[in-house]
Design a protein. Sequence first.
Length: 511
Amino acid sequence: MDGWAERVGTVRVVGTGVMGRGIAQLAAAGGLTVELADVRPEAVTAAVDHVSGMFGRLAAKGRMTAEDAAAATARLRPVAGPLAPADGCDLVIEAVREDVATKRELFAALEKICPGHTVLATNTSSLSVTAIGAGLADPSRLAGLHFFNPVPLMRLVEVIAGARTAAWIPGALTDLVRRLGHEPVLAPDTPGFLVNHAGRGLVTEALQILGEAVAEPVDVDRIARDVLGLRMGPFELLDLTGLDVSHPVLESIWTGFYDEPRLRPSRITRARMEAGLLGRKSGEGFYRYVDGAKQEPPEAAVPAAEARPVWVHDTEPGVRDALGSLLGQNVERGERPSADAVVLVAPYGRSALDVAREHGLPAERVLGVDPLGGFASRLTLGVHPGMDPAAGRAALAALAATGRPVTVVRDAPAPVAQRLLASIVNVGCAIAEQRLARADDIDTAVRLGLGYPRGPLEWGDHAGAATVLRVLRGLHAATGDPRYRPSLWLAERAELGLPLTAAGTAPGDLL
């Protein structure tokens, strides 16, 4: 409906918890009259006081003028319950507890008291919009409008159309979200919508790495932060959210997509959840917490080791020069390593042991170094079971002498950072392949909703789609695990030399 977003004047927010208060603050600051409703009158009074106080604090900090704060406060209107007359409401946003039956009952009642032009929106974070709307006489009025907490600071809003949502409503809601200064993305009415679905790439692969005993949680987190540039590692994130929240979401998205291997959860989180190791909220998770502060163990000390020459295999173009320059004078320049040299290999999507076997290198002296990121930050050293410990300690000492932190992990078909990145990119590409969301919406949702430095498709282009494809194919060939099968969206674009962010030619383009 053309111009609807500009004409919206009054919105009713039903539910005065954290999300309801945040939505009310955003809407009132954006110029809308906000009716606050709850089944408990005292909760409405407290919500009005809270939001008014927020405006006062923002004015005191110079983030809005005193006049704007007073005007926004004046636009807050408590009403006598969710079902008070709503003749002037253009939009009702529900923010009550996550329960399908509760939401259905509420919307069935709202439908009867709201005029026909009123759009109904649910702020559900995980429930099917279609299922909620199934209880309405006219489900075309209902859509999802998923804000993220804290609402005023988290700019992303997922706009979700149910199976019977009127075609004009998603576009109208995206325009309204932009009017309020936030960033909308069109998300599918599928398990996890868009942000939580895309976020499975990181945490499920981190748990797989832990389950294989490749690395400890703190090692994975440090690699994720320092090599990939994430603000928070996957295990820090699980601790922050709490396994009582995260594990059920992992399971619901996996089962909702009928056991899709790329989204497979882990026995680890279920066991830890049942043990009460929930994370920050329980004082212990993958880390311990004292007064809410994470107790991260210090970096392991590098043991003394005999100085030995280092020979670098040119596993990838430029690796020998780059790593050799970093290591300095201790690097051998011959075509083959000497009898005493430590051998470093730096492959994509392969283990160090595989490279040693293929090139006839002395396996007991071969270690892997991850080339992802160009050796610019943290270095990851992969150790296989047949390696001579003395050679390993010499390699560790040589890498530590560069001044970069070094994380020692078990050698695997791909290093930790490569696995995390490939999983993030592959899940994002699978969402695009299934036409669940547009490429730009996927990237926007992940950047703003998860705080990643890039969206998954952008990240794949940055790393090189062909490189990501090699990593996935290497993992798939080595393990046989279908979680690593490459998305066709990724494989086709990598082989054609197209960017992952490009839609490409579709059958409809010929008609």
